[in-house]
Every structure is written in C-alpha cells, then in structure tokens.
Design a protein. Structure first.
Lengths: 163, 252
C-alpha cells in the first residue's frame, strides 16, 4: 500500500507546507479581499438603494399630505363662498319680498280708502237722490207738498232700517 | 526513482508516489518533487485561477463563475460565523484555504486521466493538516484561557462524582481528534478511488456484460463527486468546531 511507504512522507510533507503556505497567501492577500470587496460593494449598494427608496417614499407621502391639505383648504373655501353667496341671495330675496309686501300693502290700503270714499260718496248721493225721489213720489201720489226735511228724515229712517 | 515500488499494479497502483524531479535535500529532509507535489501545485494554481478569473469583473450582479466563487466564500464564512462567532473572523483565510485545498485536491483527483492522483488519499497529508489544526487549536485555547482551558474536559453541569469517568473520556476524545479528522478524509478518498478502479477493471474482464459494472462505475463516480465535496466541507466544519471549543470553551 503506497500510503504506508514511509520514504515518501518527507517529500509529501515538504511540498504540502510549500503549496499550502503559498495558497494561504494567495487567498488572504489576493482572492479573499477581492471577493470581500465585491460583497461589501453590493451590500452598500443595496443598502443605499433601500435608503433612497425609503427617502422617495417619504417624499411622496409628504407630497400626498400637502396635496390633501390644499384640497381640504380649497374645499372649505369653496363651501364658505357658496354659503356666503347663498346667504346674500337669501337676504336680497327677503329684502325684495318685504319691499314688495310693503308696496302691496300700501297699494291695497290706498285702494281700500278710495273704495270707501267712493262708497260714502255714492251713499250720500244715493240719499240725495232718494230724498228727491221720495219728495217727488209723495207729491205725485198724495198731491201734498212734502218738505225736504221730512223726506230726508223718512229716507234716513228707511236707510237705517233697511240696513 | 529508486524509491518507487514496482509491486503496485492493482487498484492501489493509482496511489503510488512517483518522484518526478530529484531535488537536493533541505536540511537533510528529502524534498523531491513528486506527483503528489505536482497535484498540490495544480490545486493551488486551479483555486487561484478560478477565484481570480471569477471575480475579475467584480460585477454587481454575479455571473455563473462569480456566483460559485461567492458561494464558496459564503459557505465557509457562514460555517465559521455559526460555529465560532465573530471571534473566528481572523481564522477565515486559513479555513477557506483549507476547504478549497481539500476540495480541489479531491475534485482534481477524480478527473479520469492517466497519471491522475489524489493528494488527499494519503493519510500523511490529511494527518499533517489535522495535526497542525489540533496543535494550533490547543495553543489558541491555552493562549486565550490559560489554565482555564482544561475546563474543556469537564463539561459544565456534570455532577462532580462523574468527573473521574468523564474527564478521561473527554481527554481521549480530544486527543483522537486529529486521527479521526485525517482518517475520515483519507479513507473516503482511498475507498472511493479503489472501488472505482476495481469495478472499472470488471468492465473489460466481463466483455459483453461489461455494461453492468460500467453503469455501476458511472453511478459510483457521481457519488464520489458528492463525497469529494462533502469531505472537504466536513473537514472545514469540524475545524470550525474545534476552533469554537478553543475560543468559546463550552459556552457556545
């Protein structure tokens, strides 16, 4: 069995030491620092990208908030304006109605007065006419002359009673 | 070449150490460049080439090769982090080198070309790695915890009357770590390659019925690829665990 040939041990050990020490230095000085650098670069890059993404997210959120705020403000303003306009319109309407009511009331009052005046006038002229008619009728029927005062008295009594 | 044993012709011939270049001894130590040394060197070159080529672009979004390089980094980094914690960070280059060395040695040994050799199928290589880890871990433990390090051999919460029984068991368990660690890897490689060789021999021997062992060899080869990865990973994870014992004692 070649493994048990002790004469080969020395050269194997000598070259194991030489090659392994060589490998150790190649690894620790060249290969491993390079891989490490690649890995750290990647890690840093990923971390940086994540931080950047988070920053963008924060910015977007802030923009959204600002937008919401502006929107709410605008809405409130619009509502206020609308309410004001409505109030003004209502007030105007009320004023106009009141004015119109007053005007109408005045007009109807005036008309009523006129009607009353016309009625009294008409009533008084009716009385005169009635008295004349009564005087004339009594004269025609009875042939006796009736004084105007008596006729007036009779008409008044009739008018009062007829009522 | 005088050391080469010509006796190996069977399934074990693939493990023969061949001296390729005769080099002068270093302080009396035989330092000839063997096929084992060649495959160690190929592993080191392949690992370095793979990692450097894969990460050349340094792309933010990795390609196939870069993903593989990053995955191997992540595999060992997470094993170290999970087992040892942040204290283990400075041992990462060692554990990573260890994992890649064993992984590539295992994989390259599986490439079916003439002269193919698996470095990790030799117990002396895996034992040297395991023994170095054992010594290093013990020194780290003693350095950090001084004499308190020996509390490792008496698990917390154990009744004191069990100590005479448990302490020797724990000490034996601790001392056999380099053996179990090295034998697990070398035996897996040895067994897998031997089995492949044996059944591959049947393909020719059985003539027309050779398709049966052929299918078997293909299946076993697939299994061996998994074993090659798994044993490298197990070796690295166990090293992390031993390191964790030395650094955290039993607290982890």
């Amino acid at each position: 069995m070649p493994q048990m040939d002790f004469t080969t041990y020395a050269p194997q050990l000598v070259w194991l030491v030489i090659t392994f020490v060589l490998l150790y230095f190649l690894m620790s000085r060249m290969a491993l620092p390079r891989i490490e650098r690649i890995l750290t670069t990647r890690e840093n890059r990923i971390e940086g990208d994540l931080a950047e993404a988070a920053e963008f997210g924060r910015k977007a959120e802030a923009a959204q908030k600002a937008f919401d705020k502006v929107q709410a403000e605008t809405r409130a303003k619009a509502q206020k304006l609308a309410a004001e306009a409505r109030e003004r319109a209502n007030a105007e309407q009320a004023a106009r109605t009141a004015k119109l009511d007053a005007q109408l009331a005045e007009q109807s009052k005036k008309a009523e007065g006129e009607i009353n005046a016309a009625r009294t006038k008409a009533m008084s002229s009716l009385r005169d006419v009635a008295i004349d008619i009564a005087q004339a009728a009594a004269e025609r029927v009875t042939g006796a002359t009736v004084s105007k005062d008596a006729a007036a008295k009779a008409v008044d009594a009739e008018l009062k009673g007829g009522k | 070449m005088e050391h080469e044993e010509a006796a190996h012709e069977g399934p074990l011939a693939q493990f023969t150490i061949k001296r390729l270049i005769d080099l002068p001894d270093i302080f009396g130590i035989d330092a000839d460049f063997t096929n084992s040394a060649l495959f160690m060197l190929i592993s080191v070159v392949a690992i370095t080439w793979f990692l450097m080529a894969a990460t050349r672009g340094g792309n933010l979004v990795p390609g196939r090769l870069q993903s593989l390089a990053e995955a191997s980094y992540g595999l060992i980094a997470s094993a170290l982090r999970d087992n040892v914690g942040p204290e283990g960070k400075k041992y990462f280059p060692f554990i990573f080198s260890l994992f890649m060395f064993i992984l590539f040695a295992n994989f390259i040994g599986l490439i079916p070309v003439p002269g193919s050799f698996t470095v990790t199928s030799h117990i002396i290589v895996t034992f040297a790695l395991a023994f170095f880890i054992f010594i290093a871990v013990t020194i780290i433990g003693l350095w950090r915890h001084k004499l308190h390090f020996f509390s490792l051999f008496l698990p917390a919460g154990v009744p004191i009357y069990l100590a005479p029984l448990l302490v020797p068991i724990e000490i034996i368990g601790y001392l056999t770590r380099p053996i179990s660690l090295s034998v697990r890897l070398a035996a897996n490689m040895l067994a897998g390659h031997t089995m492949l060789e044996v059944f591959a021999g049947f393909i020719i021997a059985l003539g027309i019925f050779g398709f049966a062992p052929f299918i078997f060899v293909v299946a076993i080869y697939g299994l061996e690829v998994i074993v090659a990865f798994l044993q490298a990973y197990v070796f690295a994870v166990l090293t992390c665990l031993y390191l964790s014992d030395a650094i955290n004692l039993h607290k982890h």
